[in-house]
Design a protein around this ligand. Structure first.
Ligand code: FAD
Length: 558
């Protein structure tokens, strides 16, 4: 199962062994473009640049998607509330992108009807909502069954019986998509690599090198081999999310517009404690709106939106954040009684927005902006997960205009590049594949796990199932998890337990108990596959345990 280290990596491999080969080449290569930041923004730029023929390197200081891109609401959505702020351009772009991203990864970007309950005495009311959603559908080009449907009071309560029967006056149902942000990022990175990009995690940009006043190279620190190196490039892009201004500051170009970071928190509850039947977008007492989204055995709820001035590297859910969300739930769903102890897990992320004088956290625009410094550093900030492909297109168009106009590079065609190998044609095909997988796994593996595998990996589940056959553990659930881990070590550049349990699988958020059951077995497999010492293995297990404590630390910080 675990190939000996001396074998050369196969062509399809994206693993620690490939990483070592790439690291050895970096000093001698000059890249057309170096992208700093392995969140969805950097991943999208790497795919666009590489597919058009640019010699591309992406570096990420931590793991891919370890910043904001694993801490969002995990919706590919048009942003209904931006309509209220009259941001028609933004709604049109991200609204239209939903269908494109769904087509490129139909198993991973899954249609989800969103219920919007309406009340007599709060919110926009029936008619304004009806017109607003009509405009929303029009801007995003939504057609057929996906167009918004207005509901009577009775219909609304049938969709969601937990709502307050006294207060609700009607409702609306409209189309959105749910995803897994970290998996969308890793699949985009993998596709960029297939298109020729080098994407390397745990490699931090620490400074810029200049020639004739222009950025000509990036000084980097490799956190795996613990050494520094310098890599040359024609163009450097700063796609560092909440860290964008830190790099602009290093580049002496932090003038004019700046980032304004706002924190958003989600809490995860067992489905039996908050058994909503479907995704719902509802008002909370301060007039904001939050989402409740069922996902397998849990329902997750969020988000908050508060100004953030703390440490960017240590962002946690506080007791106050968690209580805000719980209060929002109980004020809309009067039969649901929750305490902090009901929360299984949580996550907190930072929105890298552009500061606008006098505006509150929720009023700030979600539009992306590009800054070009005098020394040529291109920085991009703001934006949404949903709009990543269009953001990337704008950045790469700019790179080509500035530095490669005479070359014969292709026009952007990422709307035609599927995000997983051997992709499903549509969601129906992904759904039908569940029956095939069911026949290949023992009955004690629940259907829910099969759905999770397909929504996470698409047809790559075939590879995981082949590995499942060659593992020998008696516990089928453990065998399956180790097969998934094996796959992710070889094909998803997983080099720590945290990479696997947080970004590749989302288990830290959605099934934290499962980590406790399989942590030692996973550590042991990684020790053999990556050649860890006993000390390194212990360190990794300890780190995982402390992350598990962190996500509910607010319970004890009274
Ligand atoms: P990040 O994901 O933070 O990536 C930047 C990366 O750069 C990080 O991984 C970081 O480690 C790396 N980096 C930083 N400095 C360096 C360095 N010196 N060297 C190397 N690497 C470096 N959008 C939606 O479309 N739908 C949603 O449902 C949604 N919900 C949201 C909910 C919340 C609470 C938040 C906070 C955001 C939400 N968003 C949503 C917005 C979306 O998540 C972000 O716009 C997007 O993830 C930002 O991605 P990014 O790549 O720009 O930043």
């Amino acid at each position: 199962m675990n190939e000996p280290e001396k074998n050369a990596p196969s062509v399809n491999e994206f693993s620690h062994r490939v990483r070592s080969l790439w690291m050895a080449e970096l000093n001698t290569n000059k890249f057309d473009v170096i992208i700093i930041g392995g969140g969805i923004t950097g991943a999208g730029i790497a795919l666009d640049a590489a597919s058009r023929g640019l010699n591309t390197l992406l570096i990420e200081q931590n793991d891919f998607a370890s910043g904001t891109s694993s801490r969002s609401t995990k919706l590919i959505h048009g942003g209904l509330r931006y309509l209220k702020q009259l941001e028609f351009g933004l709604v049109k772009e991200v609204g239209s992108e939903r269908a494109v991203i769904h087509r490129l990864a139909p198993h991973l970007v899954v249609p989800e009807k969103m219920l919007l309950p309406l009340y007599e005495k709060k919110g926009l009311g029936y008619w304004l909502t009806s017109i607003g959603l009509k405009i929303y559908d029009f801007l995003a080009g939504v057609t057929g069954d996906d167009q918004r449907k207005m509901l009577s009071r009775r219909q609304t309560l049938r969709y969601e019986p937990l709502l307050d029967t006294q207060g609700v006056s009607g409702g609306a149902l409209y189309a959105e998509y749910r995803t897994d942000d970290a998996r969308l990022t890793i699949e985009t990175i993998k596709t960029a690599v297939k298109n020729g990009a080098r994407c390397i995690n745990y490699l931090e940009a620490i400074d810029f090198i200049y020639a004739d006043g222009k950025v000509s190279a990036v000084k980097m620190r490799d956190h795996v081999e613990n050494r520094e190196l310098t890599v040359k490039a024609v163009t450097v892009v700063n796609a560092a999310g909440p860290w964008v201004d830190k790099l602009r500051s290093k580049n002496n170009s932090l003038h004019g517009k700046r980032l304004h970071l706002t924190k958003g928190v989600h809490v995860v509850l067992p489905a039996e404690k908050f058994p909503v039947r479907q995704a719902i977008y509802f008002d909370v007492p301060d007039g904001r709106m939050i989402f409740a989204i069922p996902r397998g055995r849990v329902t997750y709820v969020g988000t908050t939106d508060t100004n953030y001035e703390g440490d960017i590297n240590q962002v946690f859910t506080t007791r106050e954040d968690a209580l805000y969300v719980l209060h929002g739930i109980t004020s809309t769903f009067p039969t649901i009684l929750l305490t902090l102890n009901d929360i299984e897990s949580s996550w907190a992320g930072l929105r890298p927005l552009i500061h606008e004088e006098g505006k509150s956290a929720s009023e700030l625009s979600r539009k992306d902006e590009i800054f070009i410094s005098e020394s040529g550093l291109i920085s991009i900030a703001g934006g949404k997960l949903t709009g990543f492909r269009k953001m990337a297109e704008r950045v790469v168009n700019l790179i080509i205009k500035r530095s490669f106009e005479d070359s014969t590079l292709k026009k952007c065609f990422t709307d035609q590049i599927r995000l997983t190998p051997d992709s499903f044609k549509n969601f129906r095909e992904a759904h039908a594949y569940q029956r095939v997988v069911r026949t290949r796994l023992p009955q004690d593996i629940p259907d829910e796990t099969i759905r999770y595998l397909i929504e996470s990996y698409g047809k790559q589940v075939d590879d995981i199932l082949n590995r499942f056959q060659s593992h020998k553990e008696s516990d089928a659930a453990q065998r399956l998890l180790l097969a998934e881990l094996d796959f992710s070590i070889q094909h998803e550049m997983t080099i720590s337990l945290e990479d696997f349990f947080v970004r590749r699988t989302g288990l830290l958020y959605f099934d934290i108990e499962k980590i406790s059951r399989h942590l030692q077995a996973a550590a042991s497999l990684m020790k053999d596959s990556l050649g860890w010492s006993v000390q390194e293995c212990d360190r990794q297990v300890k780190r995982m345990r402390s992350l598990m404590a962190e996500v509910t630390a607010f319970k004890s910080n009274a």
